[in-house]
Design a binder for this molecule. Structure first.
Ligand SMILES: NC(=O)c1ccc[n+]([C@@H]2O[C@H](COP(=O)([O-])OP(=O)(O)OC[C@H]3O[C@@H](n4cnc5c(N)ncnc54)[C@H](OP(=O)(O)O)[C@@H]3O)[C@@H](O)[C@H]2O)c1
Length: 319
């Protein structure tokens, strides 16, 4: 099988994490890279043996004719860069958030659909090996009954770090909290109804959420988030005769109906690389080869549904 040729737009911290994974995948080669200033693109090109550093995305595509583009640009740039990239008509991997609000993500989703552009959005938690191990374990003893997700964001710490501009901090619900909101859809499918409360004590969109949900398949869910607290992310799955908890999300524990408990270990890939990144890139390669998106991957349409769910949680209702 000939290797797929991917080109990369963006040369920051997350591009390096993706390149560490791709370096171990003989089925993918990187044909070229570009970034806003070229400085970091030159650095990554040296470190990862990338043959072409282009001045911009248009030049990158023209010079390297890639099979697909990986858009790994800063949060504020994802929407304009993705909008431009959709015009090339080649498959896109788009780092989250694919837009800073539901409108932007929806616009990208409809452009991709009308242009027939295969695409995938980088919600990498969907590929955590511990989640898939946990789901398999739970299914052995019966059905999933309930899901509880705590998606606390440490917004004060993020603000103090000074990495993100105000526009991103104001849209943090979409820029980052969608990681845990997306897990509701990953574990439970589509949501039928939400009843909840939300507060905006200090943040413009939301900073506290307490919601109960019913999924279309009848599973019940809870989502809670208190951004000015200090707590971390947590997922609990309640199955018939099995309970599973992920806290932090990278590690799992199960308990059975007799009270017997055990740990869920990460896969070798998730322990070695940024968790989920290996499976995620393998899934994108499969999408590029087949043109078909397979679970657990999500595309712009799925990301749009996640954005709308985040918006509904922030309003405290699905209405
Ligand atoms: N899945 C996850 O868990 C996870 C974790 C962290 C980040 N991310 C996502 O990954 C993306 C990148 O984050 P990061 O931490 O790598 O950011 P970063 O370190 O700031 O790097 C961003 C890169 O994008 C380039 N860039 C910005 N605008 C551009 C444009 N218009 N055209 C070409 N290149 C452009 C920058 O170029 P210069 O180098 O020239 O400035 C830089 O190389 C973000 O969307 C973020 O949400 C995901």
């Amino acid at each position: 099988m000939t290797a797929l040729r991917f080109a990369i737009v963006g040369a920051g911290r997350i591009a390096a994490r993706h390149l560490e994974v791709i370096r171990e995948m003989p089925e993918i080669t990187i044909s070229g890279i570009c970034s806003r200033t070229c400085v970091n693109a030159e650095k990554l090109a040296q470190e990862f043996n990338i043959p072409v550093v282009a001045a911009n995305m248009e030049g990158l595509v023209r010079q390297t004719s890639p099979d697909a583009l990986l858009l790994l640009v800063s949060v504020m740039s994802v929407y304009p860069v993705a909008l431009e990239a959709l015009e090339f008509g080649i498959p896109l991997f788009i780092e989250k958030p694919a837009g800073l609000n539901p409108d932007e993500t929806g616009k990208l989703a409809s452009r991709a659909l009308s242009g027939g552009v295969p695409n995938m959005v980088g919600y990498n938690r969907r590929f955590y090996s511990v989640f898939h191990d946990g789901i398999g374990r739970l299914q052995k003893t019966g059905k999933l009954l309930g899901i509880a997700i705590e998606g606390h964001e440490r917004i004060d710490r993020v603000r103090a770090a000074g990495v993100h501009p105000d526009e991103v901090l104001s849209a943090w619900l979409y820029a980052n909290a969608t990681h845990t909101v997306d897990l509701l859809r990953f574990f439970g499918g589509e949501v039928r109804e939400i009843r909840g409360y939300a507060r905006r004590a200090r943040e413009p969109l939301v900073d506290s959420i307490a919601a109960v949900l019913e999924f279309e398949n009848g599973v019940l869910g809870q989502y809670g988030a208190h951004w000015h607290s200090a707590a971390g992310w947590r997922v609990a799955l309640y199955g018939e005769r099995t309970g599973i908890e992920f806290a932090p999300l990278e590690s799992g524990r199960w308990v059975d109906a007799d009270g017997v408990k055990g740990d869920i270990a990460q896969s070798a890939e998730d322990a070695r690389f940024k968790p989920g990144f290996f499976g995620q890139m393998r899934a994108f390669a499969a999408l590029v080869r087949s043109g078909r998106l397979a679970f657990p991957a999500t595309d712009l349409q799925g990301a749009h549904a996640t954005m709308l769910l985040a918006q509904a949680l922030a309003r405290g209702t699905s209405a």
